[in-house]
Each structure stands twice: as structure tokens, then as C-alpha cells.
Design a protein around this ligand. Structure first.
Ligand SMILES: Cc1ncc(COP(=O)(O)O)c(C=O)c1O
Length: 411
């Protein structure tokens, strides 16, 4: 087993290199991991992560994949994705530091936050990052002092109506205003080398991406014809969906219409994407333990050692509901599943059918890689979940039974 504490990560990351026997049940395996590493845990299935990266790469051939570090900024994940050939999309210099501390060169990094301090720009440049994003004139002129060293992407606003997380309310230039901004950049001598968009996160329908690709390519045609900018990069953002216990996402089917829309791109255009959620969400499982019980108004409450101030923070910040499993069987009744802090908002599920649980029982959260640990806090001094990588290389997939995802949790 390898123990290491990379960079400023609060959670210790451990590689669990003991292979379980082919017949080991998930319950036994998770109990074994908790007895080795403690509770709560976030288990990264490295083989699954690598598989996801390859599947998205196959579904979007020729598209450079820049992992959105914000989704799960974990060094082991960064390293595995770097080995798979990923680039990295960051929102801050702290994320750049995380990438560098993971032994990854900054020539694989793009900074895509549309609004940033000038000090952030100069520090990112000092670190070797030269691609940035703007979506308005104030942001553009921040690059005057650095004009010789940067290439910018102009972020456009296109919204996917079915995105669970809308990102177009806050960012993105109206495509109708883009030509004026491109003309301003040209006058300022600041190179805008391409366009980007993010249609919103967790889109179950690719039509938002398709419309955005079409809109962005129309702008590229207009800008090129008018001699405003050559715009040789198209960044199609993130938004690729994770499973969350629903029918598995067919990423090939999701990307087919996006591929078709991209086929219209000029031949000299570089196309990139910034996937976060799709790569990490379903690769991570939360394991927590029941630490307390109560009966309130006739309903059982179970308190576990992870909650909405911890790994389940995406309940609030990411509008996410995670499938929850337990291993105990028996008749189920409406129960409340609560986190460990003193705050009453710290409730993971208000009405969840659970069998009668005992202190020490494990509670398993599925699809818990995206925007979970990333927004966890130390509120009340509760320790964050330690991160354990359970399988690393894709070719190890056969060594362990696959995770069983059932609605009942009975085994
Ligand atoms: C600029 C940017 N790029 C990429 C992502 C990742 O998006 P997703 O997790 O939907 O793939 C986000 C998510 O907030 C983002 O803001």
C-alpha cells in the first residue's frame, strides 16, 4: 500500500493495492477497506476512470480532452488522467499548483475562468499557462500587459434547456455581441484564438451541445470572412452526463450528433472539450458509517460520519441526488439519513426507505466523484473523507468483481 499526501490536499490519498479475491462480495470488500483506512472514505475506481476517459475519447475522436480539475481535484485522479493523455482545465492558480504538484507540465493546462484578478493572470503566466478565457471587454483589457504572451478563447453564451446546472446565466458573451468584442481585441492587439462555450452541467440531451456548436461555427465563419480573427480553436466545454443510478449513459449515442455538428468545422480548426462530471462522477463511491440513531416523530433517523458539509456537499451546490445503498436486509421504512454536524441542514435524504440499521453499518453513496469532495468543508471540525484509489490500471478490471449497483442494496 502506498501512502502519500500530495500538495495541499486535506485528505490522505492511499492506493489500496491488495487485490480482492474474485469472489469477495462488495460488502466484505468495503468493510475490509474501512478497517484498513477508517471511515468515511471516497473510493476511486481507477480502472473505471481510465475507461471513461477512453470512452469519451472514442466518442469524440480528434477532440482534445481537458479534464475540468474542479470536479474532483485529486492528485491521484490527475495523474491517472495525465497518463491517459488528458489536458487540464483549471479555474484558479491553486488548481494550477495542484496539477503541478501532481507532476504534470503546465503546457497541458488551460485557464478557463471567465472572470479573474490581474494578479491571477500574471501568476498563471508565470507558471507557464498561456490560454485564458474572456467574455467581455473589461476582462479583455486585463490582458493588455500580457498581449504578447497569451491566446484567448472568447466564451459564448449558449444554454442547454435540460442542463441540471445552468452556467450561462453567469458567463458567456451573447453571440450577437461577439463580433464587436473581436474587433476590439484586434484593435488592442490581443489575440483571440478561438471560441468556447459551456452549455451547462449534466445534460441528458445533446441538443444543447449541437445548437452551440452550430452557433459557434457560424460565428467563426463570420469572423473569418470579416477578417476579425482567425479563430482556430473551438472549445465545446463540459456537460457530458453521469449515470447517478439511472440508465447508464450511452456516451457514443450522446456524442454522435455532436460529432456530426463538428464535421462542419474548418479543417484547420482544433477542437477541445472540458469534461469533468462524466469522467469522475461514476468512478467514485462514498463509504460512510452509521454513528448514531434516533426516532423522531415516529421515524428512524440515522446519523452517518459524512454529510452535506462533507462528501455529500453536492446535494446543495450541485443539485445532485446520489443513489444510496446499505448492506443490511429486512423490511424497509421511510427514514431520515443525516450527516454528522450540528446543523439541521445537514440531512442527506429526508425520506429514504431503509431497513433497520445499526451503529457501525456502512452506508454507500454511488456516483460521488463530481463536485463532492471538491466542495466539502471541515465544518464542526469533522474530518473529510480520505480518498482511496482501489484499482488503478484498466487491465486490472478483471481482478475484482465489478461494483454492483442495486436499488435495494440487498446482497
Ligand atoms: C468552465 C468550465 N469548464 C468545464 C466544467 C466541467 O463541466 P462538467 O462537469 O459538466 O463536464 C465546468 C463546470 O462547472 C466549467 O465551469
Amino acid at each position: 500500500m502506498t501512502h502519500f499526501t500530495p500538495g495541499d490536499e486535506s485528505a490522505v490519498i492511499r492506493i489500496d493495492d491488495r487485490r480482492s479475491g474474485a469472489g469477495e462480495s462488495e460488502a466484505r470488500r468495503l468493510r475490509r477497506l474501512v478497517s484498513m483506512h477508517g471511515s468515511p472514505l471516497l473510493l476511486v475506481d481507477g480502472a473505471h476512470l481510465r475507461r471513461r476517459f477512453r470512452q469519451l475519447g472514442t466518442a469524440l475522436p480528434g477532440v482534445g480532452l481537458y479534464y475540468a480539475v474542479k470536479a474532483f481535484p485529486n492528485s491521484a485522479v490527475l495523474r491517472m488522467l495525465a497518463e491517459e493523455g488528458a489536458g487540464f482545465d483549471v479555474a484558479s492558480c491553486a488548481e494550477i499548483d495542484r496539477v503541478r504538484a501532481s507532476g504534470i507540465d503546465t503546457d497541458r493546462v488551460i485557464h478557463t475562468h471567465p472572470v479573474k484578478k490581474i494578479a491571477e493572470i500574471s501568476a498563471a503566466l508565470l507558471a507557464g499557462v498561456t490560454t485564458f478565457v474572456v467574455d467581455n471587454a473589461d476582462e479583455l483589457v486585463k490582458f493588455r500587459p500580457f498581449r504578447d504572451r497569451v491566446s484567448l478563447l472568447l466564451r459564448l453564451r449558449f444554454q442547454s434547456p435540460d442542463a441540471v446546472v445552468d452556467l450561462s446565466r453567469k458567463f458567456g458573451c451573447d453571440p450577437r455581441e461577439a463580433p464587436a468584442l473581436l474587433a476590439r481585441a484586434s484593435r488592442e492587439g490581443i489575440r483571440i484564438g478561438g471560441v468556447s462555450f459551456h452549455v451547462g452541467s449534466q445534460c441528458r440531451d445533446p441538443r444543447g451541445h449541437v445548437a452551440a456548436v452550430k452557433g459557434a461555427l457560424d460565428l467563426v465563419d463570420t469572423a473569418r470572412a470579416a477578417g476579425l480573427a482567425s479563430l482556430d480553436t473551438l472549445d465545446i466545454g463540459g456537460g457530458f452526463p453521469a449515470d447517478y443510478g439511472a440508465a447508464a449513459v450511452d456516451i457514443e449515442a450522446f456524442c454522435a450528433p455532436i460529432r456530426a455538428a463538428l464535421s462542419r468545422a474548418p479543417r484547420d480548426m482544433r477542437v477541445i472539450a472540458e469534461p469533468g462530471r462524466y469522467l469522475v462522477a461514476d468512478a467514485v463511491t462514498s463509504v460512510a458509517s452509521v454513528i448514531g440513531r434516533a426516532v423522531r416523530d415516529g421515524r428512524p433517523w440515522y446519523y452517518i460520519d459524512d454529510g452535506v458539509y462533507g462528501s455529500y456537499s453536492g446535494r446543495l451546490f450541485d443539485h445532485a441526488t446520489y443513489p444510496v445503498d446499505v448492506f443490511r436486509t429486512g423490511s424497509r421504512r421511510s427514514s431520515v439519513l443525516a450527516g454528522p454536524t450540528c446543523d439541521s441542514i445537514d440531512v442527506i435524504a429526508d425520506d429514504i426507505d431503509l431497513p433497520s440499521l445499526r451503529i457501525g453499518d456502512l452506508v454507500i453513496g454511488r456516483s460521488m466523484g463530481a463536485y463532492t469532495a471538491a466542495s466539502a468543508t471541515d465544518f464542526n471540525g469533522m474530518p473529510r473523507a480520505a480518498v482511496v484509489v482501489t484499482r488503478d490500471r484498466a487491465d486490472e478490471a478483471a481482478a475484482e468483481p465489478p461494483f454492483v449497483m442495486t436499488a435495494t442494496g440487498s446482497r
